[in-house]
Design a protein. Sequence first.
Length: 330
Amino acid sequence: MKILVIQEPSMTPGLSTEQLYQRWEQLKNIQGVEYNIMAPSDITHYEALPDDYDAWIGIYISKGILTETLFKKHPRLKYIATTSHGFEEFDKAMTQRYGVTITNTIYGDFTIAQYAMALLLETCHHVSMHHQYLKEDYFTKPNQRYTVALNRQIELCGKTVGVLGLGAIGFRFAQMAHGFGARIISYDQYPKKGSQYDFIEQVSLEEMLQRSDIISIHCPLTKDTYQIINQQTISQMKDGVILINTARGKLIDEAALLEGLNHGKIYAAGLDVLAQEPPQQKSALIDHPHCIVTGHIAWLTAESRLRGIDLAIENLKNYLDGQPTSVINR
């Protein structure tokens, strides 16, 4: 089997791109596998790739990528793996007709959930602001108080936290918020079953919007979830709600979010994603005093980067053994 691995540069401090390339050397231990590694910047268009590969690992599944033309030009291609959790909609029935198995990689459920919680805790306490005050203002300006809260401090205990999307990441976030003493409610298009979900009250979208003090978004981006947070859904929320998004930027109508922040309907927002990435100009959300925005970095721990490669290789092995895992085109 000939495999193309698509590996982006590291972007993670303390983890080199070379270390990521070395991690893929585990593929050498699989009998009959030959592989090459390319950087995304070296690929002008997937359809233009050589047609002698049986598998691609590391493709980002976005709109217009998995087309019938692609599979006609690559008849040997029978396995595609995205090394991310998320993916955009594609024609599953068409990929099945061409006999292609497509998988994703659930590498960062704890990592991304932890980052969502970091955004929430920063929104509740603004630790960085208080550190900056003590580092600068307290010692340079006269008559500064040592013990002072510069803004509202918010407890999570007793709050109702709504989790929008109860997949792997949403579930881990729910566990973390529950550990802080919050009540957890959730809406997912596909209700979850199993005793592990017993601490979560699964409700309708409307009820989740109406009851939540905090909403954290963890659902995939599809035609049904595009701008699921919009003027109408925001109007159903509690006054002073906190909104967290580490999923996809296009899940939110950013103009409606900005309006909600300006009028106090939304107390604060913590975003690791924007509708346009990378942004071509500074969004008003970035400068808003009640909004924290970071550059889609929730997944960039060294641990998760290496785990992602390990799991992608494990998924490949399972496919070769006739028992594919994490299949997303069934």
